[in-house]
Design a protein around this ligand. Structure first.
Ligand code: URA
Length: 233
C-alpha cells in the first residue's frame, strides 16, 4: 500500500505533516538510501526503508520488542563489537531477535538502558528535540555545596554551549539526583566537573516515567504494554 511520505512520518509519530514536509525539504529524509527533497513522494511502508537523519523508521509494530536492562559497568551500548570494545550490552540479553540500545550509556555507567527493534520509538526518544527526562544518581568525590547545585540547575557551558537547566537534588552526603532533558556526550560527568565535582559512580534510574526499580544489575525484563505506551507519549 502506498502512502504519502509526510503522512507516513506523521503516522509514525515523527512529526506533524507540516513539520514532516519541512524535514523533507531540509534533506533529512531518505527512502531506500536516496535523499528525497521533493513533495508528494509515496512510500510502501512494508517494503521501503525510510530514514530520518540517518535513523531507520521501522514499521514493526506487530513484533516489536521492548526490554529494559540494568546495565553493569564494562559493557558498551552498541551492537558493533570491536577489538577494544568486546563486551556489548546485547550479550546480556539471550533472545534471538535483533535489538539495539536506545541511546547510549557510557561504558562505566550502570542502570536503566532500553533496548528495542522499534526505530520509531528510538528516534523519538533520542532526537534532540524530544526533551525526554532522564534521571541519574551520581556519587561524587567531594562535599556538595549549595552553590554547585544552583550552578548545575541553571546550566553550565560545555565547549562554549550552555546546557539546558537541570533538576538537581542532594539525596545523600555525596549523592546527587540529576534530571537531564538532553544527552550530550558524558554530560553528567562533564557538568559536574565544571562545578568542581568528580563523578565516580553513575547510574541511570529513570527514562520518562519508566523506572529501573529493583531489577538486579546485569538482568533484563520485557516492558509491560503500559510502560511502552508511556514511553511513546
Ligand atoms: N551522562 C554521563 O556522563 N554518562 C552517561 O552514561 C550518561 C549521562
Amino acid at each position: 500500500m502506498l502512502i504519502r511520505l509526510n503522512k507516513y512520518l506523521a503516522e509514525q509519530g515523527i512529526a506533524s505533516r507540516r513539520e514532516a514536509d519541512r524535514m523533507i525539504a531540509d534533506g533529512q529524509v531518505s527512502v531506500n538510501g536516496k535523499l528525497v527533497t521533493e513533495m508528494g513522494v509515496k512510500v510502501d511502508p512494508a517494503n521501503d526503508e525510510v530514514k530520518v537523519s540517518d535513523k531507520a523508521i521501522s514499521d514493526k509494530k506487530e513484533n516489536a520488542i521492548y526490554i529494559m536492562l540494568n546495565k553493569p559497568e564494562g559493557y558498551v551500548s552498541s551492537v558493533k563489537r570491536t577489538r577494544f570494545e568486546k563486551d556489548l550490552v546485547t550479550d546480556l540479553i539471550d533472545i534471538k531477535e535483533r535489538i539495539f540500545p536506545v541511546g547510549r550509556l557510557d561504558k562505566d555507567t550502570t542502570g536503566l538502558l532500553i533496548l528495542t527493534n522499534d526505530g520509531t520509538l528510538t528516534f523519538k526518544l533520542t532526537h534532540p528535540s524530544s526533551e525526554s527526562e532522564k534521571e541519574y544518581e551520581a556519587i561524587v568525590n567531594g562535599l556538595v555545596r549549595k552553590g554547585a547545585i544552583e550552578k548545575l540547575e541553571k546550566g553550565v557551558k560545555l565547549k562554549g554551549e550552555k546546557t539546558k537547566p537541570t533538576k538537581v537534588k542532594k539525596i545523600g552526603d555525596r549523592v546527587l539526583s540529576i534530571v537531564l532533558t538532553e544527552g550530550k556526550n558524558r554530560q553528567v560527568r562533564r557538568i559536574c566537573q565544571k562545578v568542581g565535582l568528580e563523578v565516580f559512580k553513575l547510574k541511570r534510574v529513570r527514562v520518562k516515567k519508566l523506572v529501573l526499580g529493583k531489577l538486579p544489575l546485569g538482568k533484563w525484563r520485557y516492558l509491560t504494554d503500559e510502560e511502552v505506551e508511556q514511553l511513546k507519549k
